[in-house]
Design a protein around this ligand. Sequence first.
Ligand SMILES: Nc1ncnc2c1ncn2[C@@H]1O[C@H](COP(=O)(O)OP(=O)(O)OP(=O)(O)O)[C@@H](O)[C@H]1O
Length: 370
Amino acid sequence: MHIQQLQLKNYRNYESLDITFDHTINVIIGENAQGKTNLMEAIYLLAFTKSHRTPREKELVKWEEEYAKIEGRVSKRNQSFPLEIVISAKGKKAKLNRIEQKRLSDYIGAFNVVMFAPEDLTLVKGAPQIRRRFMDMELGQIQPRYIYHLGQYQKILKQRNHVLKQLQRQSNQDRTILHVLTDQLIEHAATLLERRFVFLNLLRKWAQPIHYGISRNLETLDIAYSPTIEVSEEAKKGKIADIYSRKFIDIEEKEIDRGTTLIGPHRDDLLFYVNDKDVQIYGSQGQQRTTALSVKLAEIELIYNEVGEYPVLLLDDVLSELDDYRQSHLLQTIHGKVQTFVSTTSVDGIQHETLNQATIFRVKDGKVET
Ligand SMILES: Nc1ncnc2c1ncn2[C@@H]1O[C@H](COP(=O)(O)OP(=O)(O)OP(=O)(O)O)[C@@H](O)[C@H]1O
């Protein structure tokens, strides 16, 4: 899969841009605050319709302008098709093949991207929501239906929390609505959990040999899912739903007392173990980095296996953060098969072979020169 062309109109600090990319490696060089990450973000946005760094879409529109437009031409399975996102005060429109898609799940998945940015180095160490977001984004792009269930789950969760808050204030109220919402929540929670278990199994399968290789055969990696209920990873939706039902009955008084939903996929986490030790607690910074890199490289293979084509890889300001050995490993893994974008302030710290193979773009004040 490749992105062949990118056109921007009033996007961040780009007034107007039209560039074509190399199918192998594209290196984007520029001083700080010139627009390198903005360019990566625009490619990411074409895949997910969302920015990787802000939930506030207004920020993406160039200051003093009314709207931003991001267009891309992508080739997948020997076919080329256009993607378009327009953001304005009226909201966001996403077009696939020039046809507006009303539901996110009809758009996401057409173009697959894996981003590795400095904040991904906190995948292991950071807060649980970073790991949940990672699972949700990756699952969403290989199984668009997952996005539908996630959206429904979040909507019902909000309503349920609202009802729990009302009951907290006046606990002798009728609980019928709470029970209806609980059943609806369980339906989607069980689907999300079942799909996360399958995803985790695949991620583990691909990440383990990669981690072993990057650590020069010194470290084994394991990844575990940490749910809020006692359930086996092999459990199917029906069984998971039963366990949730029983647990919700058990904790009903506690939930009313706290005024919030205490169990469910929105509270789950992923745990990473290196040589059987929890790497979040005991891992060195190097081990945490290696784990994050292994997981990202595993995602590339996972998408290839699920979708049948390699995704586009965006390395925003991270290549020079990796030592020579990790860089070589990464470059060997992607060589000749993954279209890659590397952004950096300087070529120092980037291996010469990478630069020899690459097309170089220079970014200055929202303009790009090749
Ligand atoms: N909505 C916007 N309208 C106009 N300019 C914007 C907007 N949002 C961000 N910018 C500008 O974009 C620039 C930042 O670009 P970007 O984040 O791509 O930097 P970068 O080249 O990746 O730099 P660094 O190496 O520091 O990460 C800043 O000058 C910022 O003021």
